[in-house]
Structures are given as C-alpha cells and as structure tokens.
Design a protein around this ligand. Structure first.
Ligand SMILES: Nc1ncnc2c1ncn2[C@@H]1O[C@H](COP(=O)(O)OP(=O)(O)OP(=O)(O)O)[C@@H](O)[C@H]1O
Ligand SMILES: [Mg+2]
Length: 269
C-alpha cells in the first residue's frame, strides 16, 4: 500500500480536485484505491456525492477510535471513500489534550493495508494543523500542488519548507513530489510560471501537468470523477498520465524504500 498526501498551505490551489481525480484514474486502471477526506469542509466527500450520509466517518475514527472498515464506503468511479465531515474540527480542538494525536490516522490505515494499493489523503489548507500532521505522519509521498497563478511558486516554497520541517521529526521519511495544476497554455504567465516551477523543483516535478478544464468543475458538480463523466476528455488523460507516473514512482519506492528527499532525522547523542 502506497500512501500519498495532497498538501499545500495555500487554499483553492486544486488539492481536492487532484485527489479525487487521481483516485478515479488509479481506480479506472484497476488499482484498489482509498480516498481519505481530511478536510472539515468535506469537499472531496461532496465531489463524490457522499456528503450528508449519516454513518461512521473519519471524525469517528480519529475521535473515538471507531473501526476504519465501518467508515469506508463505495463511491462513484470504483473509489473507496473514508468521508470527511465538519466534525473533524472537533478533532482539531481535542487533539491538544491527547498523547500523539498525529498518529491516529496512520494507526487506522494499518488495519486496511492489505486491502488497498493506493491511499490518497486530501488535506485541508493548513500544513501546520493536526489533520495535516496526521497525513504527514502516515504518508509515503507528499504531493505539493502548485497552481498556475500569481505567488503560487512563493507559496509552494513556503509549504515545502514547512512540510520538510514536519518530516524531520518522523521515524519514517516521505518524499515530496510537485504537481502543476490549473495550467492554461494560452497564457504567457502560466507558461512562464511552469518553467520557473520546473527550474526550482527539477526531478521532483511530475511530467504530467493538469490543465484548466471545465470538465473537472462539471465532474465535481455531478459528484463523479472525470473518468466516469468523460474518459476521453483531456482532463481524464491528464490524470491518467499522472496515475502512470504515481504507479511507477510507488514501484521504485518499494524497490528502494530509503529514496526520500526529506532529510533523515539526526540521531540525538
Ligand atoms: N484543473 C482545474 N481546472 C478547472 N478548475 C479547477 C481545476 N482544479 C481546481 N479547479 C477549481 O478550483 C476550485 C478550487 O479547487 P479545489 O477545491 O480542488 O482546491 P483545494 O486546494 O482543494 O481548495 P481548499 O484549500 O479550499 O481545500 C474549485 O472550484 C475547482 O473546481
Ligand atoms: Mg480542498
């Protein structure tokens, strides 16, 4: 099982859209895929038309140790979903009074590690909060999402520093990959920004780029991944390209698990 967390300190940069549609692309290729909605806004849950369903959710797993298997449900596109709700805010509030609140998600996911090939974590727009700390403690790879807009590169560099700092305290290291999204090749600013992002992040960047697409907004509105709405559209191909890189990356990591780009913790003397 390979765990990927979509993160950025910046709101509205495409984390949820990328999480849902990468999960859809992996599921469409036959990978057993679980999507975990760590955001109290529950946008990933809404984007898969599972909001408002009463039942066990991620908040119950984190707050009261409910069995993760009870909270997982089948969502459109062959994705399994661990839904988020606004009750996740409560976990943020009570975590200050708990021992190791950042390890709850990882412990729960270990119960299902034989059931999935990929777990995708959709983080809220706060890298320094306890929900994102759970994602960083559980994941093998962080995908830093960089949209093609003003100040995006500065925001991504700040998020990268915060994520790396969080990684230094961990026993298991993750690596950081970068995904360019909301790319419109007709705009010179978008092309220049992509070149700048590639120059800054080099090999850490995925070759796949997610273009701006109305179909992605429509798919979210219909509550399905874009692969289910229109598998031939460019957005579906973008996410299929990303899925093949993610599969290859996970296979490489399995062969050499120490190939992280986050510095290993320095042992205390
Ligand atoms: N490639 C894209 N093309 C067109 N619209 C997009 C694309 N990616 C995201 N959007 C739109 O941009 C808005 C923000 O996207 P999204 O919700 O995925 O961002 P986010 O980073 O998860 O936001 P938040 O920080 O609030 O969680 C949404 O309305 C979404 O439909
Ligand atoms: Mg989101």
């Amino acid at each position: 099982m390979h765990i990927l967390a979509f993160a950025n300190q910046k709101g509205g940069c495409g984390k949820t859209t990328s999480s849902v549609n990468l999960a859809g692309a992996l599921a469409a290729r036959g990978s057993r895929t679980l999507l975990v909605d760590l955001d109290p806004q529950a946008h990933a849950t809404m984007a898969l038309s599972c909001a408002g369903e009463h039942g066990t959710s991620l908040a119950d797993v984190l707050l009261s140790g409910a069995a993760i298997e009870r909270a997982i449900r089948s969502a459109p596109g062959g994705i399994d979903l661990l839904p988020g709700t606004d009750a996740l805010t409560e976990f943020e509030e009570v975590s200050a009074r708990r021992m190791h609140p950042e390890s709850c998600l990882g412990a729960a996911l270990r119960r299902v590690e034989r059931a999935y090939d990929f777990v995708i974590l959709d983080c809220p727009p706060r890298v320094d909060g306890i929900l994102c700390a759970n994602a960083l403690a559980a994941c093998d790879t962080v995908i830093l999402v960089v949209e093609s807009g003003a100040f995006a590169l500065q925001g991504a560099l700040k998020a990268q520093r915060m994520i790396e700092a969080a990684g230094v305290d961990r026993d298991r290291s993750f690596d950081i990959r970068v995904l360019a999204t909301m790319f419109d090749r007709r705009l010179r600013i978008a092309r220049d920004l992509l070149i700048g992002t590639q120059a800054r992040f080099g090999d850490q960047m995925f070759d796949a780029v997610i273009h701006t697409s109305v179909r992605l907004r429509e798919a979210a509105a219909y509550g399905v991944p874009v692969q289910s709405l229109d598998p031939k559209t460019r957005a579906a191909r973008d996410f299929d390209n990303l899925a093949s890189e993610v599969i290859a990356h996970a296979a490489r990591k399995l062969e050499s698990p120490d190939s992280s780009n986050v510095p290993a913790p320095v042992p205390s003397t």
